[in-house]
Ligand binder design. Structure first.
Ligand code: NOJ
Ligand code: CA
Length: 690
């Protein structure tokens, strides 16, 4: 339940009537964050165009930037306005996450809602501005118009004008995938069009230089800014079109080539929030709850049918080519016998879930053009006795995670949603991993357009009716919707571990996670699937981290489902596997201890149920010393620690599996220095002593 705890809402409404204001450019409407460090100012230029700017400690960080829309069948909504009122209000409350990287979330901000009216055409819209201590956000509300029931948006022209040329971490705004490696360049050097790698889908549909959000940058004085959106519902995803010369970017909505526009909405409606997280230290970007706070409270009520869990899967063996999804290949992975092998392994090792891919008919035509209507979500292959697998799993205390690969044919999936979920309900299965590999059918729609966003949302809502939680691969990015729909448990939205199994470029480089933690992960939970123990997967591919880093990923990456992705036989007899057995997945609190984007990150999390702590650090291709101050532990308590650190000779390429494992007692007054190898990591379990 999403209980509202200690709810302290201070409503302060100041109705500022500005009807008489004719020299509108002189009216600045300002809203400051509770600490006064961050402020947003809204004003109209002399042509009545709405603009805003943002300051951090009185220094301009977003310079005068335009707001507005380009519409179909109507003139643009971007000038000739006057301000007709401004309402202010403040909120200071806390609320509870049913599962998450922490239990209690503080939500403290000041807000102003500015209502605008066009001088001649008289169309009206409001802009909501919120100022938090860790950033700002705004959204538009388009009001009713006489004789018009819906509006077609060709593009949204929300500008973000920078005040300098920061260092940026970016991926190109491919309309159907986030599966790109991050680039680190100055803003003025962003050239997203030159980046062609990814799922082979290319991004020919973006003939301009644009990046995906969360988009993180660091100014010369060390201030961090991260641009994203929150509550992305019934709208198209926002990418950011880069104007390198003018150090400016503008929202570019993902379009529909089939329909010839980006968004169609009935009036009135509100857009998603456009957000900028602003923190001095990189680590505070991860600690920020801005995106979650911008979303509406839980609409589903009790979601206790979903329990955060670690899981294994008939999965990695397909990616490394040992078995296959389809049965015709003669090396079918999803057999009753194989499932029981994984179940036995999970039951012995404190792992609660088993994902089985390739269990259902249709995989023979996966990837083909004519794949619509082919996948079937209730018919198992003959060598997979799903009832027997579920029965056996239950006997051993293991839950099955269902798998629905839609092959990017969402209409086929929608037709079967109720049947598929009823089938799951009959088997008492409460979570599903979905997938959307390939170009969306119908042609002209993209993974991140309004049509697909509505599809993903329909899946979450229908699943909720059947008490089912959903982990989406090839998803739309997370924008904090897990607050409102807490059955939206995890998403891929990045180059996951699977790339390390087969990517032609050799997989994710050692710096990958030290960028992901400050970019993709700011949106929400990530299904990265950590835990490879057998590093050499083929002649061409090896995992580009050390073993200690694979362990650290269970803490650094947040997801309420965390896979132990390797094959049971690769874990057998390995002392380091004890960390995966022990590590939690649901957290009472999280402390981001240190980090720099693209270099390293160190996070400690306290398990909700046991109050034990787990710590994870990862570094990029550079080795480094990290000093951990254990003052986050409860004072006066003793913890039995197991420390998994890189060995003296560990190195991601030459010697990834070398690891030191050491037991010792740790208390909150201790400090210890550790060396992380190149591409290395550190993982520590800290169990409360009775
Ligand atoms: C891509 C997903 O990311 C991967 O996890 C899955 O195994 C395949 N699609 C098949 O559905
Ligand atoms: Ca680096």
């Amino acid at each position: 339940m999403n209980k509202q705890l200690n709810k302290l809402i201070v409503f302060a409404f100041f109705l500022v009537f500005l009807g008489a204001c004719t020299t509108a450019e002189q009216t600045f409407i300002e809203v400051k964050s509770p600490s006064n460090n961050i402020s947003v100012e809204f004003f109209l230029k002399s042509d009545g165009s709405p603009n805003y700017l943002v300051k951090y400690k009185d220094k301009l960080v977003i310079d005068t930037s335009a707001l507005g829309f380009e519409l179909k069948d109507q003139p643009a909504l971007n000038d000739s306005f006057r301000i007709i009122r401004a309402d202010k209000n403040s909120v200071n409350e806390q609320w509870e996450l049913p599962w998450g990287e922490q239990r209690i979330v503080k939500n403290n901000y000041n807000e102003v809602v500015v209502k605008l009216k066009e001088r001649k055409r008289k169309r009206t819209m409001s802009i909501y501005f919120k100022a938090y201590d860790d950033g700002i956000a705004f959204r538009y509300e388009i009001h009713e118009q006489k004789g018009v029931d819906s509006l077609i948006i060709l593009n949204e022209n929300t500008q973000f004008k920078l005040t300098e040329d920061p260092t940026c971490w970016w991926i190109p705004a491919n309309w159907q995938s986030y599966e790109h490696l991050y680039n680190t360049t100055k803003f003025s050097e962003i050239d997203a069009l030159s980046k062609k790698e990814g799922h082979g889908l290319g991004h020919s549909q973006i003939p301009y230089n644009a990046v995906h959000t969360p988009f993180t940058m660091r100014n010369a004085d060390g201030l961090h800014l991260s641009f994203h959106e929150a509550a992305l519902l019934n709208y198209a995803s926002m990418t950011l079109k880069i104007d390198p010369k003018n150090l400016s970017m503008t929202s570019q909505l993902v379009g529909s080539e089939r329909l010839g526009y980006a968004v169609k909405r009935a009036l009135p409606f509100k857009t998603p929030w456009r957000s900028i997280q602003i923190t001095e230290k990189a680590k505070d970007l991860i600690a920020s709850n801005l995106i979650l706070n911008l979303n509406e409270p839980n609409k589903l009520g009790d979601v206790s049918y979903f329990k955060p869990m670690k899981y294994v899967g008939i999965w990695w063996e397909m990616h490394v080519g040992k078995s296959s999804w389809d049965m015709a290949s003669k090396k079918h992975g999803a057999t009753t016998k194989n499932a029981k092998y994984y179940i036995d392994f999970a039951a012995k090792n404190n792992i609660k879930g088993l994902l089985v891919e390739g269990w259902n008919t249709g995989w023979e035509v996966w990837g083909r053009e004519d794949r619509e209507g082919v996948f079937d979500f209730v018919t198992p292959y003959p060598d997979y006795d799903i009832k027997e697998v579920v029965r056996y799993a239950k006997e051993k205390g293991i839950e099955i995670i269902m798998h629905h690969e839609t092959s990017a044919a969402p209409r086929t999936y929608e037709k079967q949603l109720d049947t598929a979920y009823k089938f799951m309900q009959s088997l008492d299965i409460h979570s599903v991993k979905t997938g959307y590999v390939g170009k969306i059918i119908p042609k002209g729609e993209f993974h991140h357009g309004q049509w697909m966003i509505n599809h993903y949302q329909k899946v979450f809502e229908t699943a909720a009716n059947y008490k089912i939680a959903v982990d989406v691969h090839e998803p739309i990015k997370e924008t904090g919707l897990r607050r409102t729909y807490p059955n939206a448990i995890s998403r891929e939205a990045l180059r996951g571990q699977e790339f390390n199994a087969w990517a032609a470029d050799g997989g994710n480089p050692p710096e990958h996670i030290s960028i992901i933690a400050f970019t993709t992960m700011l949106g929400g939970p990530i299904d990265f699937t950590p835990g490879v123990f057998k590093f050499k997967v083929s002649d061409k591919n090896q995992i580009n981290t050390t073993l200690a880093q694979q362990l650290a990923l269970y803490v650094v990456i947040y997801s309420p489902i965390q896979m132990a992705c390797d094959l049971p036989e690769n874990y057998e007899g390995k002392p380091a596997f004890q960390f995966i057995r022990d590590v939690g997945v649901d957290w009472e609190q999280t402390k981001v201890l240190d980090g720099e984007v693209g270099d390293f990150v160190c996070i400690a999390r306290q398990e909700r149920e046991t109050k034990n702590w787990f710590l994870g650090c990862v570094t990029d291709e550079e080795s480094r010393y990290i000093t951990i101050n254990f003052d986050f532990l409860e004072k006066g308590k003793k913890y039995e620690a197991i420390i998994y650190s890189d060995a003296k000779d560990s190195q991601w390429k030459e010697n990834p599996t070398a690891i030191n494992i050491e037991k010792m007692e740790i208390t909150s007054d201790m400090e210890k220095r550790f060396e992380l190898a190149e591409g290395g990591g550190l993982a520590i379990s800290l169990m409360l002593k009775k």
